[in-house]
Design a protein around this ligand. Structure first.
Ligand SMILES: Nc1ncnc2c1ncn2[C@@H]1O[C@H](COP(=O)(O)OP(=O)(O)OP(=O)(O)O)[C@@H](O)[C@H]1O
Length: 597
């Protein structure tokens, strides 16, 4: 089996910000402006103790004018600080939201282009969490805590600079106690917090995935009596998440050790500052500046302790998101039609290709000539495995001529659906090639591929919306009258009339209300709207009532005219009706490769 990239449960957290830089770069001007405004606002706040200290010295010197200047400066600083804080918060939030919006768009775009194989290999709950919850957490951090992080960082730097200007001796003594102790606490915290937060995020992803599967498979679980097993599994996952959360909490507790450091530093400051003032080495005003400024310093450090924890959680989320963006940044045959590089175009020589470039709307289905690009669909020496060492298809070759009608039969699990997905380019083969009209599907323009080769799956997926919304889920967003024409052409007008509100009948999520056969009717109408040259139908295995079966047959008879048809045949009637039937045998390793008959 070829090596396929997978998401990591606990992705690398080193240099996360540097790795995120390509996504930040387009916003660098906004970021620089926000940082500069935040720094100016912090400088205003840091200047306050210095002005208060100067005011105290003027007061002690009975300098009335000097005192008034200090009071005026304090008022101006307060107003300027208010304005700059507000401005920096606004700039940070706006820029941050832009970055987050960009990341969200990119994640959804990459996921929508990701190969089917990648999507199937990951629990949808995990993908959902990375693209929604974790991005939302990031957005909340940007809005709620990032301004505080910058303010705190600014306080720490500016306060140190101001204090150095007043008394280098006292500042050095302060830093000599404060810095190593606080760095030690932060190191200890990071050592325990990084794995703890990553494990918590992974456990949360597992809980979401299990819960989602539980909801999605509710009918099967009820009927098969599997609810108890699933509930047990969910409870186990939930327990694991609870334990992971407690581990994170314990790691967060470590950060509160910084309060002990604060107490020690204040004691030292009072001892040394008081002595220097008594000896006349520094003024009383300077002691006041130190007391006020170090208070700010401590407040910032306390705030920083909480913020470091929140920042760590956000960085873990960012690392998981970057992992998703990196792993899905692999253009492949399932990519959207805006990746024309190295793709070929089907069609008669000299005729314009059917696929447009980025943003080109496809031509209306009827305006295209399906026969223009009609060709042979050929699989040669195709190998495919979902899991290493267990090939489902081991070197299969099959040729289907233009306009041929072929049935694909075989025991359950023999690989019929897998082959159908390979023949329609939904999976790239691990080895071997699938060609249509002489073109390797892997090299075809993805948009064109989707319009030429259409698979109607066994269970057609629906979205919440009306029947019309669901039928129109094809390239080109066809208008209602186009959809209605397609319905009539397939002889399905009577079926649509039996529904409450015809094409406007609302269908719930999961399309409650439509039977398996009716869902396939929806798939056939979608196929008719795409008007492909090759149609692959994976017949529904569920019982289909005679009326729906008749409607399906009529629709299929209309659809098959002038196009290649491959039916994964589960019903005897279908097998009998088709002129050629290929039988797949269950493949076992090292046995001769099954070939089409
Ligand atoms: N997404 C998947 N991940 C892992 N294994 C899979 C996946 N899909 C199918 N398989 C396995 O591959 C094998 C072939 O499956 P496939 O659905 O192609 O068979 P089939 O002939 O269409 O079966 P059926 O007639 O029951 O639909 C089976 O053993 C199946 O369990």
């Amino acid at each position: 089996m070829a090596d396929h990239p997978r998401l990591s449960a606990a992705p690398d957290q080193r240099r996360v910000l540097r790795r995120a830089w390509p996504h930040l770069r387009p916003h660098r001007r906004g970021i620089a402006l926000a940082l500069a405004t935040s720094a100016a606002a912090t400088a205003c706040a840091v200047a306050v103790p210095a002005v208060v200290g100067a005011g105290v010295d003027r007061l002690l010197a009975r300098d009335r004018a000097g005192l008034l200047i200090a009071v005026a400066a304090l008022t101006a600083l307060a107003l300027l600080r208010l304005f700059l804080f507000r401005r920096s918060e606004l700039l940070l939030t706006t820029t941050g939201e832009r970055v987050v919006r960009g990341l969200r768009d990119l994640a959804v775009t990459r996921l929508s282009r990701a190969p089917l194989r990648f999507l199937e290999a990951h629990p949808s709950g995990d993908l959902l969490r990375r693209t929604t919850t974790e991005i939302a957490d990031l957005a909340n951090f940007v809005r709620g805590q990032l301004p505080d992080v910058l303010t705190v960082a600014g306080y720490l730097v500016f306060t140190t600079v101001v204090l150095l200007g007043y008394s280098p001796l006292l500042t050095v003594a302060l830093l000599a106690v404060f810095t190593p102790a606080i760095v030690g606490v932060l190191r200890l915290f990071r050592k325990h917090a990084n794995p703890a937060f990553a494990a918590e995020a992974a456990a949360a992803g597992t809980v979401a995935a299990t819960y989602r599967e539980l909801v999605q498979s509710r009918e099967m679980l009820r009927t098969a009596g599997g609810t108890g097993y699933w509930r047990k599994r969910f409870l186990a996952d939930n327990e694991a998440r609870f334990r992971a959360a407690r581990r994170s909490q314990r790691a967060l507790f470590l950060i509160s050790l910084s309060r002990v450091v604060q107490g020690l530093t204040t004691a030292l400051l009072l001892l040394l500052g008081g002595r220097l003032a008594t000896e006349g080495a520094i003024s009383v005003g300077t002691v006041v500046v130190f007391v006020l400024a170090t208070r700010q310093l401590f407040d910032s450090a306390t705030q920083a302790s909480g913020l470091v924890g929140q920042a760590q959680v956000s960085l873990v989320g960012l690392a998981r998101l970057l992992d998703l963006l990196t792993v899905t940044d692999t253009p492949g045959p399932a990519d959207a039609p805006d990746t024309p590089a190295a793709t070929s175009t089907l069609g008669t020589p000299g005729a314009p290709g059917l696929a447009g470039g980025a943003g080109t709307r496809p031509e209306p289905a009827r305006a295209r000539s399906r026969t223009a690009g009609r060709g042979v669909l050929e699989a040669t020496g195709v190998h495919y495995a979902y899991v290493p060492g267990a090939e489902v298809l081991g070197g299969l070759s099959l040729r289907i001529g233009p306009g041929e009608r072929v049935g694909l039969a075989g025991p359950t699990g023999s690989g019929k659906t897998t082959l159908a997905k390979l023949l329609t380019g939904l999976y790239p083969p691990d080895r071997g090639t699938v060609r249509y009209d002489g073109h390797d599907l892997a090299a075809l323009d993805p948009g064109e591929l989707r319009r030429r080769l259409v698979l109607v799956p066994q269970r057609v997926h629906m979205i919440a919306g009306t029947l019309l919304d669901n039928l129109a889920l094809v390239p080109g967003e066809p208008a209602e009258r186009t959809v209605a024409r397609a319905v009539d052409r397939l002889g399905l007008g009577a079926w649509v009339d039996t529904l409450d509100r015809g094409l406007h009948t609302p269908l719930g999520r999961g399309a409650a209300g439509l039977s398996a056969g009716e869902l396939q009717l929806v798939g056939l109408v979608r196929a008719a709207l795409v008007d492909p040259a090759v149609l692959v139908l994976d017949e529904a295995t569920a019982d289909i009532d005679p009326a729906t079966a008749a409607a399906l047959e009529t629709a299929l008879d209309t659809l098959r005219a002038d196009r290649t048809l491959l039916v994964i045949a589960h019903r005897e009637a279908t097998v009998r009706r088709l002129p050629r039937v290929v039988r797949l045998e269950a493949h076992r390793d090292a046995e001769p490769v099954p070939q089409g008959s």
